[in-house]
Design a protein around this ligand. Structure first.
Ligand code: GDP
Ligand code: MG
Length: 327
């Protein structure tokens, strides 16, 4: 499944029900009294942020949210049923843009629902109108519900970010652990924006952990070259960095230092961030070589996990470490 973080939907309040034009028939010779009830109001559409949701996948196929129409009024002055409201739960951080007006609302952590499209009012029934044909000229139609085209954009803040040089295996790990489908292979410059995926976190009762594959770090990124600032900014917000160094690397020490040199130039605080070193593609090396590389990197006092996308045990371990560091 892909992660949907940008979607266009239609929302509409329910239409108001028509008022009834009923007339209470009295015995012949006496006056008749209009007794038609009012139509019910159309339901409203609300949005409310929910931290149990971390994507916009609910709109993958369903592209519209329409509240129920109000029921029509009936004779004997019976009021039509009000249409039920609809509430859209959105992940915090979703920006809602009204395409017609450009108006923007950001779903933050507030708890109060925001009215997005109001329902039409129910039409007036004939009750209380003066008897006689004149009342037939009153309009009793229910009002139309408000209709809007909305653009929803979710800026996900990643809990954990894969960093490292191109070809280190970042995209493969993201694809292995999450619902994301990033391009795998040597595509260091195809995406400037990090790809994101969510990983279920059952421990927290259905919560999700957001992982980011942050495109290849290259020398000079901190001075604005290459992918530069955009991705370093993303790194800043994550709770833990997953520093990927491939076992194919003949000099993991130098690679580690280069990545950290970039951090230092951009923002020293990044060096204080929680970090796990992933020795990736461990299936391409021997036990002895792996031990040697772990030893070399152990001087940095970080957790080191050898992983391979082909080794379930290592993926399981990585999952646990990510959960432990992000929740
Ligand atoms: N043998 C092996 N190959 C891997 C592993 N992980 C990734 N690769 C390969 O390494 C190459 C680069 O992987 P990719 O995920 O695109 O790296 P990225 O540039 O860091 O995102 C691809 O050809 C992958 O198929 C692994 O665990 N074992
Ligand atoms: Mg990649």
């Amino acid at each position: 499944m892909v992660l949907i973080d940008d979607v266009r939907i239609k929302v509409a309040g329910g239409d108001g029900g028509n008022g009834s034009m009923a007339t209470l028939r009295m015995p012949t010779g006496t006056k008749s009294y209009p007794d038609g009830g009012d139509g019910g109001n159309g339901g409203d559409v609300y949005t409310v942020p929910s931290s149990n949701i971390s994507d916009l996948n609910q709109f993958r196929y369903v592209k519209s949210v329409v509240a129920d129409d109000g029921g029509k009024g009936l004779g004997k002055n019976q009021h039509g049923k009000n249409g039920e409201d609809k509430t859209i739960l959105l992940p915090p951080g979703t920006k809602i843009i009204d395409e017609a007006t450009g108006e923007e609302i950001e779903m933050t952590d507030q708890v109060d629902p925001v009215l997005i499209a109001s329902g039409g009012r129910g039409g007036r029934g004939s009750h209380g109108f003066r008897p006689g044909p004149a009342h037939y000229t009153y309009t009793n139609e229910g009002g139309r519900g408000e209709r809007k085209n909305l653009h929803l954009i979710l800026s996900l803040i990643a809990d954990a970010g894969f960093i490292g040089f191109p070809n280190a295996g970042k995209s493969s790990l993201l694809a292995r652990l999450t619902n994301a489908t990033p391009k795998i292979g040597n595509y260091p410059f195809t995406t400037i924006e990090p790809s994101l995926g969510t990983m279920p976190a059952r421990r927290t009762g259905g919560g999700k952990v957001v992982l980011a594959d942050i495109p290849g770090i290259i020398e000079g990124a901190s001075s604005g070259r290459g992918l530069g600032i955009t991705f370093l900014k993303h790194i800043e917000k994550t709770k833990v960095l997953l520093n990927c160094i491939t076992c194919e690397d003949p000099n993991p020490l130098k690679t580690y230092q280069l990545v950290h040199k970039e951090f230092e130039e951009f923002n020293v605080k990044l060096n204080e961030k929680r970090e796990v070193i992933l020795l990736t593609k461990k299936d391409l090396t021997t036990e002895d070589e792996l031990k040697e590389k772990v030893k070399i990197l152990s001087e940095f006092n970080r957790t080191i996990i050898p992983v391979s996308i082909y080794d379930d045990e290592s993926i399981k371990k990585l999952t646990e470490v990510i959960l432990r560091n992000t929740i």
